[in-house]
Design a binder for this molecule. Structure first.
Ligand code: FPP
Length: 271
């Protein structure tokens, strides 16, 4: 899936069809700032305004779950000053986001590790989660110190611990029971993933939930992404025909005829 060629009409109407679960990789803050000879953190700061715009539009248009990649497990490898300023920004943002979320009926949750982030960040997260616990218009989930590989490793560790403690026995595991131990198990399958900033990769973001997501990579940098871009993304999503690995329900006339099964040759490969 690439950027939509047939843009959504610019009449301010809500998109005709809206994905229920949306995830966004908010990329391009640093480049946005550098293009203006500003410090990279200035891009992150302006990026928080895009977070406001996109969150409010999603809630208004009927998205039920929005997950934003705000800090990855790999982001710790950035220069110390950027890491520290980013956490300061996130903490300040959490302090002012609570009342806005309550006003808009948005429940705020997070996914990711809490053992490495500043203690103040943990306190703010817990406070906002409490404040917004009864809001039910939309869930906004911030992925903070999140990585898909950590998610899977932690799931395996939790299962091993429960087995050791005798809480889990020999019962077979399936996707449903595994998801109960996945730290991100409360994030529903993603319908639409948007990544701004022009790169076409998923960067360790929600691998479990992205298995059947539509992927949309847009060239715009996150601070420039606006409501019209979001409407266009939803418009493009609405034209997708999702089959989830099945086929369309039209009767197949050849189905009655016997089929000779041809074994693949060793050289054949996967094509
Ligand atoms: C990637 O852009 C962005 C981040 C690592 C941080 C995202 C954070 C925000 C948008 C601000 C706060 C978020 C919330 C939820 C309030 P980049 O720095 O890698 O950009 P680049 O690719 O241009 O360098």
């Amino acid at each position: 899936m690439s950027a939509p060629s047939d843009p959504a009409p610019r009449n301010g109407d809500p998109p005709a069809q809206v994905p229920s679960s949306v995830a966004i990789i908010m990329d391009g803050n640093g480049r946005w700032a550098r293009k203006r000879s500003l410090a990279r953190v200035a891009g992150h700061r302006v990026g928080t305004q895009t977070v406001d715009r996109v969150t409010e539009a999603c809630a208004r248009w009927g998205v039920s779950h929005l997950t934003l990649y705000a800090f990855s497990t790999e982001n710790w490898q950035r220069p110390k000053t950027e890491v520290s300023l980013l956490w300061q920004l996130l903490i300040r943002d959490l302090q002012r986001r609570g009342p806005k979320c309550v006003k808009n009926g948005i429940r705020l949750t997070t996914v990711g590790r809490r053992d490495r982030m500043p203690a103040r960040a943990v306190r703010e997260i817990e406070r906002v989660e409490r404040e917004t616990a009864e809001c039910d218009r939309m869930t906004l989930c911030l992925a903070l110190d999140y990585g898909g590989t950590w998610d899977f490793v932690e799931m395996a560790e939790r299962i091993r611990r429960l087995e050791r403690e005798g809480v889990l026995g020999e019962e077979p595991l399936d996707a449903e029971s595994l998801a109960r131990h996945l730290p991100s198990g409360n994030v529903p399958p993603v319908d639409l993933l948007i990544r701004t900033g022009g790169e076409s990769r998923v960067s360790n973001f929600l691998p479990w939930q992205l298995s059947y997501a539509e992927l949309l990579f847009v060239p715009k940098l996150w601070p420039e992404f606006d409501e019209q871009d979001l409407a266009e993304a939803f418009h493009s999503y609405a034209r997708k025909h999702r089959r989830f690995g099945t086929i369309d329900e039209e009767p197949d006339p050849s189905a009655a005829a016997p089929v000779e099964v041809v074994q693949p040759t060793v050289e054949g490969g996967q094509g």
